[in-house]
Write a protein that binds this ligand. Structure first.
Ligand code: HCR
Length: 384
């Protein structure tokens, strides 16, 4: 193992982390990694990446036709990718290992109403710890756009890279401003490959393909390629919108981290993701409940940020022990943990209906879902 970017004193730890990757059974989140690769942010914060350009989210319902709205959904979706998959590299120099959320962990935020676009609200809840599953709900009521989804990950190690298959899906609901009937869009999640492991400077490349299926019958398919395939550039994609009979109506190509074009690479600009992002606004930690992510992890995050890994480790152990005790108590009392904001359903009717419209039908034909409880929108948290 070369580990050129690993601090000298952590080289041995990095080498043994890589060794243990080879024995991993699909859940990387609970593995112990050397301090230099730890992020002070919990995975419950990640759903905020769906909306760091709230204008694009709000503007979907302004589309005049079904195709116009599908194009806006595609533009917003491609735009979310750079936030989802490159933020840690930009802010911390490389991809990092996020904090592994506890069951019931919460994350709330808003993007304020600017220029009349409406306020966008975000509610996130960790609905499973083993395996880790995060459920989220994002809504701009004024714009008539909402997103409900959940995500988990299955990881495997190839010897040089980590392959991550995302489980879960998201459903976007749009009430068009021109009064046409409500539309739903099923969004499947892309696969990722974490490269640069050997050097100790991981980064993400998206692979294969994912789809957006609309209830109108239109489908968008996005194909991802790294350096040397479509354009010689990393983080490249090609997308197309097709009608219900599979006829391509429009194509797009470019980089999901930069500029992309309509039609060929010389066509009009489709999207420029380098426009500054709007981070979600979160209440100050002093006003958060014990279950809210930044309050829950405050000492661990401080330890990681300041290099005080003893402090970080002690508080992490305290949190994990508390969780173990809760699970034991539940077994003793024959109770189960109840989600605050979401209801689990074994088969999502939206997934079942929309996945059947896809040309490459999805397997399995059924997926579970965590349905947001609208009556909890104004609940700020659960007392400890
Ligand atoms: C794979 C990953 C945890 C999951 C993260 C997900 C898939 C979560 C859902 C978001 O919508 C998108 C997303 C983005 C992240 O890139 C992805 C994380 C990247 C690394 C992390 C591993 C569990 C940690 C790997 C440790 C490496 C860096 C050594």
């Amino acid at each position: 193992c070369s580990g050129a970017d690993v601090p000298q004193e952590q080289k041995a730890g990095w080498a043994s982390f890589i060794k243990s990757l080879a024995q991993m059974t699909g859940d990387l989140s609970s593995m112990t990694a050397p301090p230099f690769i730890l992020s002070p942010t919990s995975l419950t914060e990640f759903p905020a990446y769906w909306c760091e350009h709230p204008n694009l989210f709000a503007e979907i319902s302004e589309g005049k036709t079904e195709q116009d709205r599908m194009e806006r959904v595609l533009r917003w979706f491609i735009d979310t990718l750079s936030a989802q998959y490159t933020t840690r590299n930009e802010k911390m120099g490389s991809e990092k290992k996020p904090l592994n959320p506890v069951l019931g962990e919460l994350f709330y935020g808003i993007w304020p109403d600017l220029n009349g676009r409406g306020e966008t609200r975000l509610i996130v809840e960790q609905v499973s710890h083993h395996p880790p599953i995060t459920a989220y709900y994002i809504e701009n009521a004024k714009a008539g756009v909402k997103l409900q989804g959940h995500s988990g990950q299955k990881t495997s190690f190839t010897g040089t890279a980590i392959n991550v298959k995302q489980s879960g899906h998201a459903v976007l609901t749009v009430q068009p401003k021109n009064g046409q009937k409500e539309e739903k869009y099923l969004i499947t999640l892309p696969k990722l490959r974490i490269e640069g492991i050997i050097w100790g400077s991981p980064y993400i490349e998206l692979t294969d393909t994912n789809a957006i299926q609309s209830s109108t019958g239109l489908t968008a398919q996005i194909d991802y390629k790294g350096k040397g395939y479509f354009s010689g550039k990393s983080h490249s994609f090609k997308a197309s919108i097709a009608n219900a009979s599979g006829k391509s109506l429009q194509t797009y190509e470019g980089q999901w981290t930069g500029k992309s074009h309509i039609g060929g690479s010389k066509g009009p600009i489709f999207l420029d993701t380098t426009v500054p992002k709007e981070e979600v606004t979160v209440r100050d930690v002093s006003q958060q409940t014990e279950w809210e992510s930044r309050k829950l992890w405050v000492n661990v995050a401080k330890g990681i940020r300041t290099g005080n890994y003893d402090e970080a480790g002690k508080d992490k152990t305290r949190i994990e022990n508390e969780q173990r005790q809760r699970r034991k108590d539940e077994t003793t009392n024959n109770t189960t943990w109840e989600h605050l904001h979401f209801t689990h359903v074994d088969s999502d009717p939206d997934y079942q209906f929309l996945s059947a419209l896809l040309h490459d039908k999805l397997t399995p034909a059924h997926e579970d879902a965590y349905v947001f409880k609208p009556e909890t929108m104004d609940v700020v948290g659960r007392s400890a």
